[in-house]
Design a protein. Structure first.
Length: 471
């Protein structure tokens, strides 16, 4: 078929084309090990649980990590549906970490499509289209290919929101209710903070409509809430108490979190205006928000206000942790993309709108592209497993001087402890390690650690790491 100007216009105006294009861009380095600078620790803990489902025990209710020393490693965490999907892929193809990247990229891309479909129900096409493009180029660009559940869970909840609103509006009631329930349940279970999006349903619940349908919807939502409550507030504490490993961050009390949020307010705000949709996008957000208030366009500013109020509770529960973990802002990015797109829709010059959208995309993609490249020094950690295999069995416990970072333990494919250099000079700590079966000390010289000399027999010594035998 010969491409004409008309055909090209149809292609470029189809959101599926841009979702696929951005998906192809993010396939670059898709098989990279999870050792990029940004949150490699978070990715490798996801991988640990997935690999342990594959090699140790596939029971989804007992996820385990590798940094619990001599213990089983079973601990409380987000409901590991994302980890389990990696495990399912591994059953077919054999274990590899990059399945997680592919799964997240696929689900997050579908999530953007449903975000577009959702907006298309309530706004003109150009708002829905530009909002989806902004979301594609936002902080989601890099994080929707990381082995982390944040955009994965957000996407499931967006899909759930689409079907939930369909149900409340009376469209194919039963099928929409079932799909709302399934996607909503797994979305909220996968990442609890995405539950803030649920409060948008108040717009439909408190408006007119079929009251029986609303009661049924609230009942289904209550079941989701009950299952979620059981997992996070009963089962997770049980796993921690029973197996002796605290791993999962459950937030702080609101008073402490609020005080920390005020103290670190500049860092928190930075995630919104610099990280989430960058400067050009954030300028459009401010313009859109102000314009919606002036024009009394309630659907925009009320949606933003409700979302911000309930997302603020997530911030206050997180406190300092939110300030220093940029990915916590990810669930709020779709709301920001909508308001920014609305702001662009108020600009009458179509050429200027295209220039702004292009600037948002360029600024977003280029500022995240470094996350797609692994530094040579970091790559050397991949050799850790084969080096250890030459002197030890996989069942041998080790300790690594990577501080609180679990990343090297994942690549060692061993179980044991992580600590900083100072602890390795502590005789009591070393005695504790010996008593609990530790056989080797791994000293990382460049990445994740720094070189030190210990008075033990050296088994491996190269430019990047050194292995001592602990006797």
């Amino acid at each position: 078929m010969i491409l004409t100007k008309f055909n090209l216009k149809n292609i470029f105006s189809d959101i599926k084309f841009w979702i696929i294009l951005f998906g192809i861009l993010r396939l670059y380095g898709i098989t990279n090990p999870p050792i990029e600078v940004a949150h490699n620790w978070r990715q490798t803990t996801v991988c640990m649980a997935a690999r342990n489902f594959y090699t140790t025990d596939p029971n989804i209710f007992y996820p385990r990590v590798d940094i619990a020393g001599e213990k089983s490693g079973i601990t409380g965490m987000e409901f590991p549906i994302f980890n389990y999907l990696i495990y399912v892929f591994s059953l077919v193809f054999g274990y590899d970490h990059w399945y997680g990247r592919l799964i997240n990229l696929l689900i997050s891309s579908i999530g953007v499509f449903f975000f577009y479909k959702l907006l298309l129900k309530y706004f003109e096409k150009k708002i829905a289209f530009n909002a989806a493009i902004i979301l594609l180029a936002s902080f989601w660009f890099a994080y929707s290919r990381k082995i982390m559940p944040d955009t994965f869970a957000s996407s499931l909840v967006i899909i759930s929101l689409y079907y939930g609103t369909n149900y409340l509006e009376g469209r194919n009631p039963i099928s929409n209710l079932i799909l709302y329930f399934i996607f909503g349940l797994f979305g909220v279970l996968s990442k609890l903070p995405v539950v803030y999006i649920w409060f948008l349903y108040s717009i439909w619940i408190f408006s007119g409509g079929n009251y029986l349908r609303k009661v049924i919807f609230i009942g289904a939502s209550s079941v989701i809430a009950g299952i979620t409550f059981f997992w996070y507030y009963i089962w997770v504490p049980y796993l921690v108490d029973e197996f002796g490993l605290w791993y999962f961050f459950m937030g702080k009390n609101l008073s402490q979190g609020f005080n920390e949020s005020i103290k670190y307010l500049p860092e928190i705000l930075n995630h919104f205006y610099e990280t989430a949709i960058r400067y050009v996008g954030f300028s459009m957000l401010l313009f859109g928000l102000i314009t919606s208030i002036i024009k009394k366009d309630k659907i925009i500013w009320i949606t933003f206000l409700i979302s911000l109020i309930f997302f603020s509770l997530i911030i206050f529960k997180s406190g300092k942790t939110f300030a220093f973990h940029s990915y916590y802002v990810l669930p709020f990015v779709p709301v920001m993309a909508l308001v920014a797109s609305y702001g662009m829709s108020q600009i009458k010059n179509s050429t200027l709108v295209k220039i702004i959208l292009f600037a948002i995309c360029i600024e977003g993609v280029l500022n995240q592209w470094n996350d797609f490249v692994i530094k040579p020094n970091e790559k050397e950690i991949i050799r850790l497993e084969s080096s250890l295999d030459s002197i030890s069995n996989q069942d041998d416990l080790i300790v690594i001087n990577s501080g609180e970072y679990p990343t090297p333990m994942y690549f060692a494919n061993r179980k044991g402890w992580v600590c900083d250099n100072s602890k390795l000079f502590d005789k009591n700590y070393i005695s504790h390690l010996k008593n609990h079966g530790c056989k080797y000390i791994v000293i990382l010289k460049k990445s994740f650690g720094s070189d030190i000399r210990l008075n033990y027999n050296v088994l491996i010594d190269n430019e990047y790491f050194k292995v001592y035998e602990l006797k």
